[in-house]
Design a protein around this ligand. Sequence first.
Ligand code: 5AD
Ligand code: SF4
Length: 460
Amino acid sequence: MTLAAKAAMAGAVSTNDSAANRPAKRFHVKSFGCQMNVYDSERMGDLLSAEGMTAVDSAEAADVVVLNTCHIREKAAEKLYSDIGRLRRPRADGSRPTIVAAGCVAQAEGAEIAARAPDVDVIVGPLAYHRLPQLLEQARQQRAIDIDMPPVPKFDALPARRIRQASAFLTVQEGCDKFCTFCVVPYTRGPETSRPAADLLREAEGLVARGVKEITLLGQNVNAYHGGLNLAGLIRALAAIDGLERIRYTTSHPRDMDDDLIAAHAEVEKLMPYLHLPVQSGSSRILKAMNRAHTRESYLATLARLRAARPDIALSGDFIVGFPGETEADFEATLRIVAEVGYAAAFSFKYSIRPGTPAATMADQVPEDVKEERLARLQAEIARQSLAFNQASIGRRCTVLLERPGRKPGQLIGKTPWLQSAVVSLPGAAIGDLVAVEIVGAMPNSVDTIPLSPSESAAA
Ligand code: 5AD
Ligand code: SF4
């Protein structure tokens, strides 16, 4: 559909007299969601910077505000509308910014946003944001909407990336064909597509040449990657890049954890011993209703194979409590799997109805107060497990990739191979350095370290 047709469809043919009519110089991108969403925000930032615009830290100071929405749980749309409400109020000088609604809410509810929020100047989906500069140009005349899922990959149309730190994300795969019954992703991000391995290797080499030491491969279903190589093949090829020290990937589906990828965990030293492998529930009955294509037993068997390949692997997961039909016994099975696995970290959510998904209309929706009570119990169990994981790591020697300043002078914060936040005090060390430490203390969300001397580091 053409942009004009889309604009007409949305009843958006009137011109507007907002700041869209002035040349826009300063932009602000606000991210609402997952790592893919943060990555997309950065790439939109790169795109606008390449147009000669300047990033600013606050929406108040910006001529263009991009609201990069996330649709995975409810309230996303409400957050968007409340931000739009705030932004559309004229500022002291009478101006208001050009407002861009981007991301998965824009994809799923573009027409509704257009109808409900006439002040939004641009509506752009996650698969079309490479066209943002043209859309902004068009918005000077009339509202621009682009929620296509184009067959031409947006990655080819994006400018070179700006390197922010020694750790970078690299999107290798987008979309999902799994259709878990609670999830909107297959509808908002479209079917699974993989970027060609040759393009990714070239991009990774470029990142490393510009100082990147750690690459996290991103995808909604990253272990379903098939871009000429499978994910294990891509990891092995990346590991051959000199100067690249660490490789991670997220998010994986238990169903696609094949033997080759598990073997890569044993073989590839640069592949960090950490895996985010969401199980969602510990009850096989609920997993079936979720259409997860794995059971409690098959998931635990996969973890056993992973641990055999890489005994120190740290695990994390996602959990949903209060899925329709979840009984107290089902929930207790979830609590038990958390303790049994001993997760290093985990994210947990109350089931949230997503209109249009199969679970939205299932019988036996769980009352809100029950969901809340279960979430609190689950989070307490997860906190216990992650503290236990941190405590068990005391005495380990490892590297930390330094990422940001700590709270106290002289402190830097970085990540251990197991993705723990680690506090490091090492005179002369700088952000981006990979330093050798021993873990000496454990907190619920971080570990304390002491630096190793050069001779100890060589031995570590
Ligand atoms: N309700 C609650 N949590 C959800 N997630 C996805 N969809 C929903 C939903 N409808 C969670 C899953 C997924 C994570 C990214 O968000 O746990 O793994
Ligand atoms: Fe959503 Fe399931 Fe696909 Fe993950 S695997 S993105 S939860 S449909």
